[in-house]
Design a protein around this ligand. Structure first.
Ligand code: NDP
Length: 492
């Protein structure tokens, strides 16, 4: 048994037990009664807590965002871009505290959380670079030549940003940066397991001089998120999280005719072609298929292998996963950490049990002891002989579990990849780039990686079907915070 209780307290954790929320440019004591505890998933130690804000706090936060909206909207886009660039610099100054707080909240290895600040800064800088798009006049003549229309792009207004726990910084910043660039003001609600790391983004925003009320942060449970979505002062909702909660938010926004962007779950496939180079695949396997201990929405957790290379592929995947270090997420060489929460650990174990019960063959891992005497660890597991009807082949597990299925013909491989209610990511592994590119068009999914997967801030990240509505990143992600206004005029 490995004990992690000895993790030294050298972590850079500026926030632990706090009482306040951020409203109208100030930290102020929340007036709600409950508290949410923050647990280190590697040690099970409760090391922090935040208040559950009241409806009165929520009203204040939305009102502050509403008051700030006019002034922020009326700034020139280049002036807003200047704030975003300063914010990027301030986030980078806080990189270590962001990384350590993130790791203590959700168990992401520091090799992962250590990139959070740099990635966030790069998202702010990318959206700052789009200021020109908001300044370019879009003038369209009437087809009969009788006049012209100036198409203006107005910011939508006050936005509710609701984030999950798997990437607590970047999934906030992916919404915050385009919202601010567009001229919107925001109220952020982080996930309950990860409410502290995002405070460092607020600190960065203050240091960057953002006007009071432009960014507000409130904490509370899922029901509080629901109250935020329904609040009459909210003009748009941006959400990342599970498909069931996304569906419920979509229903509410449908009733209210409130614009909404939803980034939801996934069950993506790695389609391995017969000519694939398995050595190259092994080098990107974990990043592509089990990033962040399998807690990433777009990863290719189903590997589709041609029957003639099935055994070889199973051996390579098994050996690669079995050799990767699992353990203390604060160690730089740790690849797999614990599950983020006890509930997530139990969910993943239940899926592993279902795989065994339905006849899949665990080639490493399985429902065995984790080898740690505390923490929410689940042994990384590879299942071979998976068939399309099994739950592990169909449902999002959100843990370190891979399923390997076999196909006989490329058409069957494509059909298997598309045999899912989701449509988020996917990868193709082939030594023939033209063939792989052509094949990407046959996958019914918002993004496809050829030989690797990474999201690009300059390109849309958009889920199809049960994976969501709308897009984040790219000019499309900025547009999600804008509404057009057509001003018709005669040509003089
Ligand atoms: P949820 O969808 O439950 O939570 C995401 C965010 O929404 C959290 O901030 C949560 O708050 C909030 N929330 C919960 N209920 C509501 C509601 N009715 N109205 C508005 N906001 C609400 O995801 P979980 O974090 O519980 O994860 C469960 C599963 O979701 C995972 O196992 C995984 O399959 C999937 N998931 C997918 C993600 C992705 O990136 N695609 C990300 C995270 C999870 P609170 O935390 O306080 O409940």
């Amino acid at each position: 048994m490995t004990s992690l209780l000895s993790i030294p307290l050298t972590a850079n954790l500026p926030y632990r037990h706090i009482d306040d929320v951020f409203i109208d440019g100030q930290w102020q004591v929340a007036t709600g009664t409950g508290r949410t505890l923050v647990t280190n998933p590697a040690t099970e130690e409760v090391w922090g807590s935040v208040p559950q804000a009241s409806v009165a706090d929520l009203d204040q936060a939305v009102a502050a965002a509403r008051r700030a909206f006019g002034g922020w909207r009326d700034l020139a886009p280049t002036a807003r871009a200047g704030f975003l660039l300063r914010l990027a610099d301030e986030v980078e100054k806080r990189a270590e505290a962001i990384s350590h707080t993130n790791t203590w909240e959700n168990g992401s290895p520091v090799a992962e959380s250590g990139r959070a600040a740099g990635n966030a800064a790069s998202i702010f800088r990318y959206f700052a670079s789009l200021a020109g798009l908001l300044e370019t006049a879009d003038i369209r003549p009437f087809p009969d030549g009788s006049g012209e229309t100036v198409v203006r792009q107005d910011p939508i207004g006050v936005c509710a940003l609701i984030a999950p726990w798997n990437f607590p910084i970047n999934l906030v910043v992916a919404k915050l940066a385009p919202a601010l660039m567009a001229g919107c003001t925001v109220v952020i609600k982080p996930a309950s397991p990860t409410p502290l790391s995002v405070r460092l983004i607020i600190d960065a925003a203050r240091a960057a001089g953002l006007p009071a009320g432009v960014v507000n942060l409130v904490t509370g449970p899922g029901s509080f998120g629901d109250a935020l979505v329904r609040h009459p002062g909210i003009d748009k909702v941006a959400f990342t999280g599970s498909t069931p909660v996304g569906r419920s938010i979509a229903g509410t926004c449908g009733q209210l005719l409130r614009p909404v962007t939803l980034e939801l779950g996934g069950k993506s496939s790695a389609l391995v072609l017969p000519d694939a180079d398995l050595d190259s695949l092994s080098k990107v396997l974990i990043r592509t298929c089990l990033r962040n201990t399998g807690q990433t929405c777009y990863i290719s957790t189903r590997i589709l292998a041609p029957v003639e290379r099935y055994a070889e592929l199973v051996d390579m995947v098994t050996a690669t996963i079995a050799a990767a270090k699992q353990g203390d997420p604060m160690q730089p060489d740790t690849v797999f950490g614990p599950a983020a929460t006890r509930a997530q650990e139990q969910t993943v174990r239940e899926y592993i049990r279902s795989g065994v019960a339905e006849g899949a063959r665990a080639t490493t891992g399985g429902d065995v002891a984790s080898g740690f005497d505390q923490g929410f660890f689940v042994k990384p597991t590879v299942f071979a002989d998976v068939t399309p009807g099994m739950r592990i082949a169909r449902e999002e597990i959100f843990g370190p579990v891979l399923s390997i299925l076999r196909y006989n013909s490329l058409d069957e491989g494509v059909a298997l990849a598309n045999n899912t209610s989701f449509g988020l990511g996917g990868t193709i592994f082939s030594e023939d780039p033209d063939r792989a590119f052509a094949l990407a068009g046959r996958l019914d999914t918002g993004s496809v990686g050829l030989g690797f997967f990474a999201s690009n801030h300059a390109a849309p990240f958009a889920g199809r079907h049960d994976s969501g509505l709308g897009a984040e990143f790219g000019p499309e992600g900025l547009k999600a915070y804008l509404v057009p206004q057509s001003v018709h005029r005669r040509i003089r």
